[in-house]
Design a binder for this molecule. Structure first.
Ligand code: ATP
Ligand code: LTN
Length: 325
């Protein structure tokens, strides 16, 4: 099965990105044809520094590689290097209802977050994302919960195109992880962990052991002192239990038993150690890759070449169907 997913190069990734998206990618690449994209054209829809963008792209690629994406098995490339993404987005915009776009939760949230930067690109963001997926006729899209609505819209756009111009696109399915599809913020467990939020609210994959420990020890917890999973009554501790469970594979009831009679402090200390140990190989590989820019750039160039071949074939058919050639 062909699979497509992407992440915006908007700064260091956090464990939410890892547990919601990248961890699934690593498993999926073993038995599927996977295409993973660094979506720089999406990153420029919110405020950014052009001087930092190339650095962020290389950093995101290093993260993919450090996390275990294998360039021999999967295609890794930068979105703007394959021009067909912009072109297909434009063509799909002509069949996407404005009403659907104005219902998108991410658009509403980001427009609130960046009041002086509400641009047409931000509004059309989900169409570019649909284009990313449909360009490769991907059947499935592994993402976190917050992106489910965008994949749904991609299905609608694919269906509309097929009805209007003739069948070319499969309707892509979302692949959500069973647990971890929405890791919550450490400072406000009612909000999702987010790159663009306060650094104290998220654990970056490359935080130092000291920072990780500090952030976990000061994470917002709930009233009471028992380490018990209950999302409505104890959202803070439940989020930390989810992270512990996902990084150790220990079932949640087992963790609860282990910490029975102990307080939040003991549990947080143990969790900090789990996270520090789990992320140690990431830090090591990332450091090594930082000194190998040429190797990373070479992977991206080869990836873009392979992606282009598929993209060109799809665009030829799209042009024919739409009467553009
Ligand atoms: P930003 O704050 O810049 O919007 P983000 O932290 O939301 O960034 P994205 O680049 O939008 O991260 O998301 C990359 C991938 O990680 C997507 O598949 C998304 O669904 C997933 N993801 C993001 N945040 C979380 C989270 N808190 N829990 C689980 N998955 C997440
Ligand atoms: N919008 C996504 C990133 C993204 C994506 C995609 C994900 C852009 N194009 C195609 C899956 C498939 C986000 O995580 N913010």
């Amino acid at each position: 099965m062909r699979i497509f997913s992407g992440i915006r190069p908007t700064g260091g990734l956090h464990i939410g990105n890892y547990l919601g998206a990248i961890k699934q990618w690593i498993a999926l690449q073993e038995t599927n044809e996977c295409i993973f994209c660094i979506v720089d054209l999406h990153a420029i829809t919110t405020p950014y520094d052009p001087k930092e963008l190339q650095k962020n792209i290389l950093e995101a690629t290093a993260i993919y590689l450090a996390a275990g994406i294998d360039p021999e098995k999967s295609i890794i490339f930068v979105q703007s290097e394959v021009k067909e993404h912009s072109e297909l987005a434009w063509l799909l915009e002509t069949i996407t209802p404005m009403g659907e776009l104005s219902r998108m939760t991410q658009f509403k949230e980001k427009s609130k977050q960046y009041k002086d930067y509400v641009n047409a690109g931000l509004f059309n963001y989900p169409v570019l994302m649909a284009g990313d997926i449909l360009l490769y006729r991907a059947k499935a899209v592994p993402v976190g919960k917050d992106q489910e609505q965008h994949v749904e819209l991609s299905r609608t756009i694919a269906r509309k195109f097929n009805q209007k111009f003739g069948q070319i696109f499969p309707e892509p399915e979302t692949i959500l992880p069973k647990t971890g599809a929405k890791i919550m913020s450490l400072t406000d467990p009612k909000k999702k962990m987010s790159k663009s939020d306060d650094p104290k609210s998220c654990i970056s994959l490359f935080d130092t052991p000291e920072d990780i420990t500090k952030k976990i020890m000061s994470a917002e917890t709930d009233s009471g002192k028992d380490v018990i999973y209950n999302v409505t009554k104890k959202p803070g501790i439940s989020n930390l239990l989810t992270i512990y469970h996902l990084l150790t594979d220990t079932p949640i009831p087992e963790i609860e038993k282990q910490f029975k009679g102990k307080g939040y402090g003991d549990f947080k200390k143990a969790l900090a150690k789990v996270v520090v140990d789990y992320l140690e190989p990431f830090r090591r590989k990332q450091k090594e890759l930082q000194t190998r820019d040429v190797y990373v750039k070479d992977i991206l160039e080869k990836g873009a070449e392979r992606a282009r071949t598929i993209a060109e074939t799809t665009m030829k058919e799209v042009h024919e169907k739409m009467g553009l050639s």
